[in-house]
Design a protein around this ligand. Structure first.
Ligand code: F6R
Length: 264
């Protein structure tokens, strides 16, 4: 794992966007795995700026989102399809037909999940997967006790996650109980995983994910098994890491990271 601790969320988001920008320009037909929630929004804004001002071209990019609520239509104000359209897709030149979000309304959810996995494989696999982290350590919507071998499937959200996400709905009662999510096994097959986490509310989950044991109670700890996991943190999210000084030293000494102007 590589741990990049930046002074604030904006700086961390700009560096993460620069990594994605470089990767997209290097590979025609790039496959981008995407996340929703508050955390990636500044990073998506930076990708939009790079598209508008620096010619970042999404016309051949294909995307797969991590998850969706069960039972929400794509045009529901809190659906992840709508979120992606509003926060990213509507502002860049990606072909809408090349953007995929799991279908929370599929009549046969199991078949739709199997098809989603097959479609990721047919696209050549995910090149870079964007991740946030839940306060309970979830990645995608893989809640505690999710198998590290899990694949795309439907599952039940914890009360904690429903409370955390109630801000997007009229009330807690309106937050769906179910979701469809890529599995942890699916996420681990991405070539590169980039996780963003900001704020003190994520500090415990981040400390457990990076420095705790591999444990189904902290699904993000599965990233310890990922061959190329890069974690972008602000100071608050990094505040409970024991080896913070070491991560800072590795970051400062890395020619790769120092090659980004966002680090200067
Ligand atoms: C959303 C997702 C979730 C979120 C997590 C953090 O697609 O996969 O794992 O990343 O719930 O959400 P925020 O960023 O709103 O704190």
């Amino acid at each position: 794992m590589e741990i990049m601790i930046l002074p604030d969320a904006q700086r961390a988001s700009e560096l993460c966007a620069a990594v994605i920008d470089r990767a997209i320009r290097a590979k025609p037909g790039f496959v981008l795995g995407l996340a929703t929630g508050s955390t990636p929004v500044p990073m998506y804004r930076e990708l939009i700026r790079r598209h508008r001002e620096e010619g970042l071209d999404f016309s051949r990019v294909r995307s797969f989102n991590l998850d969706e609520y069960l039972g929400l239509a794509p045009d529901h104000p809190a659906s992840y399809r709508r979120f992606m359209n509003e926060q990213l897709f509507d502002h860049i030149n990606i072909d809408p037909a090349n953007t995929r979000v799991p279908d929370g309304l599929a009549a046969d959810i199991d078949a739709a999940c199997a098809q989603y996995e097959a479609d990721i494989r047919a696209a050549g696999g995910v090149d870079v997967q964007v991740l946030g982290i839940g306060s309970d350590g979830h990645i995608g919507f893989n809640e505690p006790a999710s198998s590290f071998a899990s694949r795309t499937r439907s599952l039940t959200l914890t009360r904690q996650t429903r409370q955390d996400n109630a801000r997007f709905f009229a009330s807690l009662d309106d937050v769906p109980h179910g979701c469809v999510t890529m599995g942890i096994g699916t996420i681990l097959e991405s070539r590169t995983a980039v996780m963003l986490a900001f704020g003190a509310g994520k500090a415990d989950a981040i400390a457990g994910a990076i420095e705790g044991p591999l444990c189904a109670m902290n699904p993000a700890s599965a990233l310890q098994l990922h061959p190329d996991a890069r974690i972008f943190l602000d100071e608050a999210a990094a505040s409970k890491l024991k080896l913070k000084d070491y991560y800072n030293e590795v970051f400062a000494r890395s020619p790769y990271w120092q090659s980004f102007k966002e680090v200067k």
